[in-house]
Each structure stands twice: as structure tokens, then as C-alpha cells.
Design a protein. Structure first.
Length: 254
């Protein structure tokens, strides 16, 4: 029986992997880090890899494991890996492999009053350099270096992994300013963090409902903290988790 290959240590990736596990479908789940593997539930029918793969390695993985469906459930801002997945499939001799891209539920940010939108981290930094006050930075550790000029003011909330903390330290962030926690977070916890560190600004990506975006913005609003949003460079289009699982059930007659 052909197998399923899922990319993404995201909420969506875990949900789809759990569904495949419950359906007793032989599945491979690729996550980006050892920490991403560590926080997964115990699976019976899902094998997990935390190895970062290049284009050729993705193609080889698909061919060697008789993959029918490749599911891209990576973060909507993970442009490079999504592009590599597409290219790897195009390079295959077997054109029967289907790619399903998972799209997070759209958020209409116009419904949130007072949000400042920027097209890049660099633009946000340029704005913040002309302000004062502490900053709750929730964009993740991969781009923390972009905020090094603000290192004395930022309180980055990152995953509790060695790589994330080292990235913060390398950007000049004092260890006492690093908030290492696994999300997503409730509105109440966001409020508590904003108040505890007296943050005047909150910086976030447009991460979607599953990424706790609403809770962050509502917390900023209730505490008087100005919300700054880094917009995605590319609009992700695809299907929902529920639609993906239905396709899998139909294909496997489950």
C-alpha cells in the first residue's frame, strides 16, 4: 500500500498525522527540528524524521517510500521548504504523486482596529527604532537577527530549544529577556506577559487562528499594546485540514 508524506511540525501537520495514525495508514512526518519531534504525540503508524532535507533528498524519500500523497502543512511563512517540496515533486519520473497544500483559515485583520502592517521585518524595525518602550516579539527565532538593533528593548518569545535561545543570544538579546515557551497561547497568558514586561508593542506574523493570532491581537488591544503585523510575502492557497483528511479517507477507502 502506498504511503503518505507530511511536512510540518505545525498544528495542522500534527492533526493530519494523528488522523493518518488513527486510520492505520503508513505515514512519514517530517519536522524541521529535534524539538519539533520531541513535542509530538506517540504514534503507531507514523514515522517521524527531524532531518532537514534538500530538493534531491525529498525526491529520493518520495521514490524510496512509494509515496502517493505529499502534504505540505508547513508554516505559511516557510517559503523555502514549500518551494523545495514543489520542485522535488516536479523532478520525479513518477508524475502520479499528488501534492496537497494546507491553507490556514484566513483572518480579516481589517476587523482589528489600530494594527500597523509592514511587508517585512526590516520595515518594522525601521519604524520601531523611532519609538520607545519594550517590545514583545513573537515572530520566532529564525529572523531574530533582523531585530538586533532593538536587542535591548525586545522580549522575544521563542520555542524552548537550544537553537532558539542561541539565536536570541547571537542577536544580542539578554538572557533575562528571552521568553522560551511552547504555544499557542491564550489571551490571558498573552496579557500577563505584556503586563509583566511592560511591553508597548507586540510584533507578530499573520499566523492564522491555529497559531494563536487572535489571542495575541485581543491581548494587545485589552492592554493598550500597539500591534505590529508582518505580512506574508506570498499568499498561501490550498485546502483545509478537514478537506485533506476527507481526501485521504476517500483514497484509502477508510
Amino acid at each position: 500500500m502506498s504511503k503518505i508524506l507530511i511536512f510540518g511540525g505545525t498544528t495542522e501537520g500534527r492533526e493530519i498525522a494523528t488522523a493518518c495514525d488513527n486510520l492505520c495508514i503508513d505515514t512519514l512526518l517530517c519536522v524541521a527540528t529535534g524539538y519539533g519531534k520531541e513535542v509530538l504525540p506517540l504514534f503507531t503508524n507514523v514515522r517521524v524524521s527531524d532531518k532537514r532535507l534538500n530538493i534531491d533528498e525529498i525526491s529520493s524519500l518520495i521514490e524510496k517510500n512509494d509515496i502517493s500523497y505529499v502534504i505540505d502543512a508547513t508554516h505559511p511563512y516557510a517559503y523555502e521548504i514549500s518551494k523545495n517540496i514543489e520542485t522535488a515533486i516536479k523532478n520525479l519520473d513518477n508524475k502520479k504523486v499528488m501534492l496537497l497544500k494546507i491553507q490556514r483559515e484566513d483572518i480579516n485583520i481589517s476587523s482589528f482596529c489600530g494594527i500597523l502592517e509592514f511587508s517585512s521585518n526590516e520595515e518594522a524595525v525601521k519604524y520601531l527604532l523611532n519609538t520607545s518602550g519594550n517590545i514583545l516579539l513573537t515572530t520566532g527565532s529564525k529572523e531574530i537577527a533582523d531585530y538586533s538593533e532593538l536587542s535591548s528593548r525586545i522580549f522575544p518569545r521563542v520555542l524552548p530549544s537550544v537553537d532558539s535561545i542561541n539565536a536570541c543570544l547571537s542577536a544580542g538579546v539578554a538572557s533575562k529577556n528571552i521568553i522560551a515557551m511552547q504555544g499557542p497561547f491564550s489571551k490571558e497568558l498573552n496579557e500577563a506577559i505584556i503586563k509583566e514586561f511592560d511591553c508597548k508593542y507586540l510584533v507578530s506574523k499573520l499566523s492564522g487562528k491555529s497559531g494563536g493570532f487572535d489571542e495575541k491581537i485581543e491581548a494587545a488591544k485589552s492592554t493598550g499594546c500597539k500591534a505590529i503585523i508582518i505580512l506574508p510575502k506570498i499568499k498561501v492557497t490550498g485546502i483545509t485540514v478537514a478537506e485533506c483528511i476527507e481526501k485521504i479517507k476517500k483514497y484509502y477507502n477508510k
